[in-house]
Ligand binder design. Structure first.
Ligand code: SPV
Ligand code: MG
Length: 296
């Protein structure tokens, strides 16, 4: 079976399964490779990570479709897991959303997620005082319908992300948007929220008549104490741990730089860092050399 087809089949089977698919945010190819080793089901290419870790710029719609696609392809090559890509708001208007789906599908990715924040969007974890505007629901549904019509395969997954709760538009608006997007043919709904108690999401789950029609997705960054099993019991089929490896990396690098800048000798950080041999092992260096030398 072709690699992309196998990955998409795996994702679709997971979304239809009894337990939640857990996707882990990867900010580089090695993290994407490691995700499989630790039993995650999928890799999330976070827009926040592409902006922060690859370009050191804010997550405010500055990264382009091709920059995101390049990063997604790198992460996809490094893993056998399905890769789900955060495509922000589709990088522009209706034709940009269509092109985004066409390009990411053709490149072999498993899924994309597109949100209904108006360009230029701002990261959804920024505080409640952040000014936000949403694309009108009908227009966003039109974009999704056009994108799904342009899809080549049956198996590529389009996740529609509803930002009503983040933007303060409330549960009724979230339900209307979710209905409109499902009607437009999307494959899954991501309901995003900053409410730490999960109260807002519970209210959505209690009101949305369309519940159960398509898989449901969440990003529990701000309600992090709920396990994937807890979230599955509430109705979620895909749980995205969007940014923990990147935050771990940033903390480790900052601490290492701080120690080195004070101690001025490399050994000062040795106890807390990976060995060079470990790096060699992780990417199959011995195997590559043996292949080249004809000794493997
Ligand atoms: C991302 O990882 O870029 C996301 C999730 O979009 S969040 O940062 O929670 O908006
Ligand atoms: Mg994002």
């Amino acid at each position: 079976m072709n690699r992309a087809v196998a990955k998409r089949a795996r994702l679709r089977a997971g979304l239809a399964g009894d337990r939640a698919v857990v996707a882990i945010g990867a900010h580089d190819a090695l993290t994407s490779r490691l995700a499989g080793k630790y039993g995650f089901d999928a890799v999330w290419v976070s827009g926040l990570a592409v902006a922060t870790m690859t370009y050191a710029i804010p997550d405010v719609n500055l990264t382009t479709m091709t920059e995101t696609l390049d990063q997604a392809i790198r992460l996809d090559r490094a893993t056998d897991l399905p890769v789900i890509v955060d495509c922000d708001n589709g990088f522009g208007g209706l034709n940009n959303v269509v092109r985004t789906l066409v390009e990411f599908e053709a490149a072999g990715l498993s899924a994309i997620c597109i949100e209904d924040n108006l360009f230029p969007k701002r990261n959804s974890l920024l505080g409640a005082d952040t000014r936000r505007e949403l694309i009108p629901a009908e227009e966003q549904a039109r974009r999704f319908r056009a994108a799904k019509q342009a899809q080549d395969s049956d198996d590529f997954v389009l996740i529609a992300r509803v930002e009503s709760l983040i933007a303060g538009h409330g549960v009724d608006d979230a339900c209307e948007r979710a209905d409109a997007y499902v009607d437009a043919g999307v494959d899954a709904i991501l309901i995003h929220s900053r409410d730490k108690t999960l109260g807002e999401i519970e209210a959505f789950l209690g009101s949305w008549k369309g519940l159960g029609q398509v898989p449901l997705v969440c990003v529990p960054t701000l309600f992090p104490t709920f396990t994937d099993a807890d979230l599955r019991a509430k109705g979620f089929n895909l749980v995205i741990l969007a940014n923990q490896p990147m935050r771990a990396a940033v903390k480790a690098v900052e601490e290492t730089l701080d120690t080195l800048s004070r101690e001025r000798r490399a050994s000062a950080v040795d106890p807390g860092i990976a060995t060079v041999n470990h790096l060699f092992e992780l990417v199959g260096t011995a195997e590559a050399i043996a292949r080249e030398d004809g000794t493997g």
